[in-house]
Write a protein that binds this ligand. Structure first.
Ligand SMILES: Nc1ncnc2c1ncn2[C@@H]1O[C@H](COP(=O)(O)OP(=O)(O)OP(=O)(O)O)[C@@H](O)[C@H]1O
Ligand SMILES: [Mg+2]
Length: 239
């Protein structure tokens, strides 16, 4: 679905960004990207999304749709003067809007009765649900998410993680999620990439081969978490 070959995008005379990254992602797979701050995760997503074309190497996307990529950011980035429905439809061409069943999208993201609300009347979770629907309406083959839930409280975050699982199951969307939350990556992902260094390189790929939905308290996941902490060089601080 997505193939990245020897991709490099650096700044500051080669000291920032990411370097020599290669991987491929299967259709329907969910991949998590973890790495310490500044190792190039957001830069990599921007390059994958096509927003930044100043990179070296090759990126191939097998998507067939008109909009192969959908993107979700940490902040929902809604237009305050538009309703939830209008925000979701924002990127859809005027001539195509009649063909879209907006209620299906509202139902999918759990906003069935909120289509006419304005962003100021939404909770953070509801705003992010709107952003998810807006990304899905273009029928993307690949959904790229940059720390999508890091501004939300723990309970809302868990609900939205379950929403992503539901979307993944229903639409088989391929997903790449950048997150700082190791538990989130372990709950959602089929594979976890560890990025490190400056410029960032791909230092490890861990397959997480248990069926979903997963038990958040699973001892297998706890063991994987310890592996990841070691790979990120995060030591236990005692006393
Ligand atoms: N347009 C740019 N011009 C110059 N430097 C940039 C640019 N974009 C990113 N960088 C630098 O590249 C490095 C990686 O940035 P990036 O935002 O990708 O990191 P990140 O892994 O997403 O970090 P965080 O976890 O804090 O979000 C940083 O040192 C950053 O300052
Ligand atoms: Mg970032």
């Amino acid at each position: 679905m997505l193939e990245v070959k020897q991709a490099t995008r650096t700044f500051n005379d080669g000291l920032a960004g990411f370097k020599n990254i290669s991987f491929s992602i299967q259709e329907g797979e969910t991949v998590g990207i973890l790495g310490t701050s500044g190792c190039g995760k957001s830069t990599l997503l921007r390059v994958l999304s096509g927003l930044d074309q100043n990179f070296e190497g090759a990126i191939e996307i097998a998507g067939l749709g008109e909009q192969p990529i959908g993107m979700i950011f940490q902040e929902p980035r809604l237009m305050p003067w538009l309703t939830v429905k209008e925000n979701i439809l924002f990127g859809v061409k005027e001539t195509k809007r009649k063909q879209v069943n907006i209620q299906d999208y509202l139902d999918l993201v759990g906003l069935s009765d909120f289509g006419d609300y304005y962003p100021k009347d939404l909770s953070g979770g509801m705003a992010q649900r709107t952003a998810i629907a807006r990304a899905l309406i273009g029928q993307p083959d690949v959904l790229l998410l940059d720390e999508p839930f890091s501004a939300l409280d723990a309970f809302t975050k868990m609900q939205l993680q379950d929403l992503l699982l539901k979307i993944q199951k229903k639409r088989l969307t391929t997903m790449v999620i950048v997150t700082h939350d190791i538990d989130e990556a372990l709950y959602l992902c089929d594979r976890i990439f560890i990025l490190g260094g400056q410029p960032g390189t791909l230092q490890a790929q861990l397959p997480i081969e248990t069926a979903k939905p997963r038990d958040r308290g699973d001892s297998f996941l706890a063991a994987k978490k310890a592996d990841i902490l070691a790979l990120l060089h995060i030591e236990k601080v005692v006393g």
